[in-house]
Design a protein around this ligand. Structure first.
Ligand SMILES: Nc1ncnc2c1ncn2[C@@H]1O[C@H](COP(=O)(O)OP(=O)(O)O)[C@@H](O)[C@H]1O
Ligand SMILES: [Mg+2]
Length: 259
């Protein structure tokens, strides 16, 4: 099998006496959608914050394309090609789509730092990058506040890809959206997947959503991996059992019936 794009080996993360991650092994392959599943408190966000350079692991090692890496900051992770799309999306609703797309990385002409913005070129790039993943915004000068939740997700994703992400981390991108918007985000994920060169780590609570778009799954419970594999490898396994963090559904049914 090919070298994983990202590999985490025996990651441990402690917050004081509390162990949030307890020896996690994770492999992310190029071009795949990798669902990271688990109940609240399982350690999903902590794990991706280690991958994104927000937290330093207490123990363990990260590898990017086989090389050991240490991220001191989110900037280090971004430079290594790991882009994170956080729930708040880091967008300014009052500014235009284009200005949000280039925020802090504007194209300018003339002497720095007072160069003129190349607005036409930035509009064109923004429009083209959005079309590539399925949204044709007729006016990139429109304010982001006029876009739907699903379109905003797409903008944040297109931006991360344009600025060099090889791995996109999406932390519960569908959880704050209505049904229709959720489908838009899943379609965006499927379109990125179809490019074939970008991996997505898709964190979700939703078994149906992960089944629709994911190639590979890792299940976390209480800071440990309790199951992993491709869709094929997991055939016949009790996904619902893994989703529930290993709790026996039959036991739960009995307990509820007894109340
Ligand atoms: N900065 C922190 N300090 C202390 N405990 C934390 C911190 N971040 C997360 N935790 C704890 O680690 C556990 C895992 O949290 P988290 O990674 O957010 O889980 P998930 O995203 O799967 O819901 C939780 O018990 C949480 O309270
Ligand atoms: Mg979380």
């Amino acid at each position: 099998m090919a070298e994983p794009l990202i590999r985490a080996e025996k990651l441990v993360k402690r917050f004081g006496p509390f162990t949030a991650l307890n020896g996690i092994d994770l492999e992310i392959y190029r071009g795949e959608v990798h669902a990271l599943l688990g109940d609240n408190g399982a350690g999903k966000s902590t794990l991706i914050k280690v991958l994104a350079g927000v937290h330093q692991p207490t123990e363990g090692q990260l590898y990017v394309e086989g090389k050991p890496v240490t991220f001191q900051s989110p900037r280090d992770a971004t430079e290594a090609g790991i882009g994170t799309v956080y729930q708040d999306l880091a967008l300014n609703p009052l500014m235009s789509v284009t200005r949000n797309f280039f925020m802090g990385r504007e194209l300018t002409t003339g002497p720095q730092p007072f160069g003129l913005l190349k607005m036409d070129e930035m509009d064109r790039i923004t429009h083209d990058e959005m079309v590539k993943i399925g949204i044709d915004i007729s006016d990139p000068g429109q304010a982001v506040g006029t876009m739907s939740g699903g379109q905003r997700q797409t903008l944040a994703i297109a931006r991360a890809i344009h600025f060099g992400a090889k791995v996109l981390i999406l932390d519960e991108p569908t959880s704050a959206l209505g049904q229709k918007q959720q489908m838009e985000v899943l379609k965006t994920i499927a379109r990125v997947r179809a490019r074939g060169d970008i991996a997505i780590i898709f964190i979700t609570h939703n078994e149906v959503h992960s089944n629709l778009v994911a190639d590979r799954f890792t299940f976390l419970a209480l800071g440990e991996v309790i199951g992993k594999g491709t869709k094929e490898e997991l055939k016949g396994k009790d996904i619902r059992h893994l989703m529930a963090g290993g709790v026996e559904m039959a036991d739960l049914e009995q307990e509820i019936a007894a109340i």
